[in-house]
Design a protein around this ligand. Structure first.
Ligand code: HAX
Length: 435
């Protein structure tokens, strides 16, 4: 058994009694109350999910297993000659809550390496799709097509106990995660680089190998690592994480769950926002003839967008009420590596100009930038100029967190998710005081 699986098993046995006790002795204790505004308003803020893998404090931002982003970047084992930690080590940390040793990181690397070969039929299916298919559609389709590989789907029809479900979910997750960089890079090279596929190098780590298969030199390997880590998890209520959780709660296997997760991520109010940011910025650049606008000129563009009924992409958040620390981590990278990039200058100007305007308009609950405001800029700078691809990168990262959550959901025996609906008439009766 791999070191990761062994550690995970120990952790599961240690954690189970906590959940069992809560369910057995405290099931009727209220954790929250729900208003009509929340029921109609997208279930915003209703406390109805549980995860120990990450927690999003509205005023502090994300913590992964209790650590802030700067702490994660500092404490996890780093790739030699690189600034960023191993994605393999980060995944170990997400899944177990422990900082891995070098040996444990190497063990995850070996596990991924042994499972990374993508069946040929997956590539055939992707190649058969029209070349103008969105890369997210190609990515989700590739993953769906591998459902026939699911170990859980086979074991379910054999004699497997519910308490052991986590094991085939873990195996399926490892098999799938190992292949994601290969599939994502394949889609990129197929669509945007004349179908010239670059083979991976088994000696390289998850992020480094992805950069190689994309065909981009250093420091893009560090960008890949940073990007996958930052986008991995944002607790359970966001559309992609929640979709993955919901689908797997029906005991649909990891292939069904992760392709569904990607379909949720592909929306412009969620993961597609990074694409929208670059499209919007290039629109402004074109109008400015490439020159950096003054603050007043930039304000004019922001007002124009708002007055035409559109949102400013990359700003606002359903939970956060401050600047997203994932934005700040990427901003630091930009300040260090690409301070003179014209698009970075645009983004920095927006950081100054947009929040006061959104505050003045009084609608957005959070006027500050989110992760997507900054991420496309870095990709563009290093030559990934195809905006529509950015959400695929987000998807590779998000799968790390969603797979971890799904494995734990099976390990702790979380049941089928099934909230209750009411009719509008019932809400009116509640609102007007009738029973
Ligand atoms: N520009 C203009 N108006 C905005 C806004 C923005 N950036 N952010 C919020 N608002 C508006 C909303 O559209 C809403 O208006 P209506 O009442 O007319 O519908 C109002 O302010 C209240 O919205 P909210 O409660 O503050 O925000 P929501 O929880 O409803 O939505 C969103 C959160 C992230 C979807 C929203 O802020 C938005 O559309 N932002 C721009 C798109 C974006 O950047 N999305 C990526 C978010 C991060 C993420 O999930 N990445 O994957």
């Amino acid at each position: 058994m791999s070191l990761l699986k062994q550690k995970l098993h120990e952790k599961i046995l240690a954690e189970r009694p906590r959940t069992e006790k809560l369910v057995k002795e405290f099931s009727n204790v209220k954790a929250d109350e729900v208003t009509i505004g929340q029921i109609i308003g997208g279930m915003r803020d209703i406390k109805s999910l549980v995860t120990d893998i990450s927690y999003l404090d509205p005023h502090e931002g994300i913590r992964f297993r209790g650590l802030t982003i700067p702490e994660v970047l500092e404490k996890l084992p780093k790739v030699p000659d690189a600034e960023m930690p191993y994605v393999e080590g980060f995944f170990y940390f997400l899944l177990t809550g422990d900082i891995p040793t070098e040996k444990e990181v190497e063990d995850v690397h070996e596990e991924f390496n042994n499972r990374k070969d993508v069946p040929k039929y997956v590539y055939d299916i992707v190649r058969a799709m029209p070349r103008d298919s969105h890369p997210m559609t190609m990515f989700a389709t590739a993953i769906m097509s591998m459902q026939r590989e699911s170990i859980f789907a086979k074991k379910y029809h054999e004699d497997i106990k519910k308490t052991d479900y986590w094991d085939p979910y873990y195996e399926d997750s490892m098999n799938l995660l190992a292949k994601l960089p290969e599939i994502a890079a394949y889609i990129y090279r197929l669509k945007y680089r004349n179908e010239e596929i670059i083979p991976g190098d088994p000696h390289l780590d998850f992020g480094g190998n992805f950069a190689r298969m994309l065909g981009i030199d250093k420091p893009y390997d560090d960008i890949a690592r940073l990007y996958f880590i930052l986008h991995s998890d944002h607790e359970s209520g966001n559309v992609s994480a929640h979709t993955g959780h919901l689908v797997a709660s029906a005991l649909s296997d990891i292939y069904y769950a992760i392709s569904a997760m990607l379909n949720g991520l592909a929306g412009p109010l969620h993961g597609l926002a990074n694409e929208e940011v670059l499209r919007w910025l290039h629109g402004v650049m074109e109008k400015m003839g490439g020159k950096i606008p003054t603050e007043d000129e930039m304000k004019k563009f922001v007002y124009e967008t708002l007055d035409s009924g559109h949102v400013i992409p990359g700003f606002g958040h359903a939970v956060l009420r401050k600047t997203d620390p994932r934005y700040m981590a990427q901003r630091e990278f930009c300040l260090k590596h690409l301070p003179d990039d014209p698009i970075f200058k645009y983004v920095d100007l927006l950081f100054k100009v947009v929040p006061p305007i959104l505050l003045e308009r009084g609608k957005a609950k959070n006027p500050w930038p989110n992760v997507d405001a900054q991420s496309g800029v870095i990709q563009w700078h290093y030559g990934v100029k195809e905006y529509e691809y950015y959400t695929v990168l987000f998807g590779v990262g998000r799968a790390l967190g969603v797979c971890s959550n799904i494995i734990w959901s099976r390990a702790l025996g979380y049941p089928l998710e099934r909230p209750k609906s009411l009719t509008t008439k019932m809400l009116e009766d509640i609102a007007f005081g009738k029973k």
